[in-house]
Design a binder for this molecule. Structure first.
Ligand code: GLY
Length: 398
């Protein structure tokens, strides 16, 4: 009888899923069917899956009043929500997630022509790039190649880097931010897909310059390096999101760690691997890192231990460390990432009974602007899910 009830439940859920509408709530059957990881995380899944597709409203974060902040595709975070659905597909093998993600992709495609930002990789690669890896669809391939071509227009061969931002010309001339390392994946992939090495070469140049100019002797990094676009010389070091220029903005350390690990994947260049290992060691040996391994939003905040944490940084570290382990076989990276996943999967970090398309709480988006503080944010979920996927692929005991 119990078995029959369960079977009926699963069949009903199957019908609901194919109509793209799954019940939310505490139903054990729902959580069991869409099992992504642990019970608290599984309980978030229906809200993610059911979130209405909206051509101009990619969910970005949760406002304090409990409403999702929705943004058009041009926002740097737009790719993370559809990308999270694709990560869920990888974790569960259930095509319902892929189908749902695919409904969002047409509204992302216009970004392939947007040359006004370096965030092409975050937007297009985390969504369309992830979908292309699954389907090898020719249309998605064309969008990826056009996106890489558009991004490459921001490359300056005198600097050897892609320019990050066009805004703020009163503060900098040719700003390159550490986040930009993440957009190189699109360029590396575009060379593999097209056979045109120019994208790969730009990515390598950008990574080399970043390794040379963004990093301090302790392997922490600046957020912004401003270059002279005529001579390629460094003009200045700044921050836009840290507490001050010389501080250690936690998410920036994650972008660097993830970025150099990924650069090694495409180049097999030992310099990038060594850089990633140094950054990992810097992060893992931070004196002010809390026991639970979710960093304060800036590791130099004078308010520590009474400052906000950033779950998104921890999720990025975990995902990057699992990849780093695959190249080094150093157990310490898995142990550290496992500790992060254990914390992020706890009731304190997983959103409770809130009707919103997010999994994790307690990220700090933009402290200097007092925006998205201690909040659920889409990129924390994306890298958390990617970390779970990567952890499962390691087939090691947890
Ligand atoms: N790319 C901006 C951030 O990490 O907040």
């Amino acid at each position: 009888m119990k078995y029959l009830k369960c079977l009926v439940g699963i069949l009903l859920l199957g019908c609901a899923a194919s109509s793209g509408n799954v019940e939310r709530g505490n139903s054990t059957e729902v959580e069991e069917h869409y099992k992504v990881w642990n019970p608290s995380v599984n309980a978030r899944v229906p809200d993610m899956l059911n979130y209405p597709v909206d051509s101009l409203g990619f969910p970005r974060s949760l406002e304090k009043d409990g409403t999702p902040r929705r943004r058009p595709s041009r926002d740097w975070t737009s790719g993370f929500f559809p990308g999270s659905l694709i990560q869920m597909y990888h974790i569960t093998g259930d095509s319902v997630f892929l189908k749902r993600a695919n409904l969002w992709l047409p509204y992302m495609e216009r970004e392939q022509w947007n040359a006004g930002t370096h965030d092409m990789g975050f937007k297009v690669y985390c969504s369309i790039g992830e979908a292309y890896k699954v389907s090898k669809d020719n249309h998605l391939k064309a969008v990826l190649l056009q996106s890489a071509k558009t991004l490459s227009t921001r490359f300056n061969s005198d600097v050897g880097c892609i320019k990050s931002w066009d805004f703020g010309q009163d503060r900098w001339t040719f700003p390159v931010i550490i986040d930009n390392m993440m957009n190189l994946e699109l360029l590396f992939e575009a060379s593999l897909i097209s056979g045109d090495p120019s994208y790969h070469n730009m990515a390598v140049s950008h990574a080399e310059q970043t390794m040379k100019n963004h990093y301090r002797t302790d392997y922490s990094c600046y957020h912004v390096v401003d270059y002279n676009p005529e001579t390629g010389e460094v003009n200045n070091f700044l921050t836009h999101q840290g507490i001050n220029t010389n501080s250690v903005w936690s998410r920036g350390q994650g972008w660097g760690l993830y970025g150099f690990t990924m650069c090694y994947r495409y180049t097999q260049d030992e310099r990038f691997l060594s850089q990633a290992q140094h950054i990992a060691d810097f992060i893992m040996n931070q004196e002010k890192m809390p026991e639970d391994k979710v960093p304060f939003w800036d590791m130099h905040s004078p308010k520590i231990p009474n400052d906000y944490r950033d779950a998104s940084s921890a999720a990025i570290y975990a995902s990057a460390l699992y990849e780093l382990y695959t190249y080094t076989k150093e157990d310490k990276y898995v142990a550290y990432a496992d500790a992060i996943l254990e914390t992020l999967g706890s009731d304190h970090y997983v959103l409770g009974n809130v009707n919103a398309p997010f999994i994790l709480d307690h990220s700090t988006g933009d402290w200097p602007k007092n925006d998205e503080i201690d909040a659920p944010i889409a990129y924390a979920d994306y890298y958390f899910l990617e970390a779970i996927k990567r952890r499962k692929a390691l087939t090691l005991e947890m």
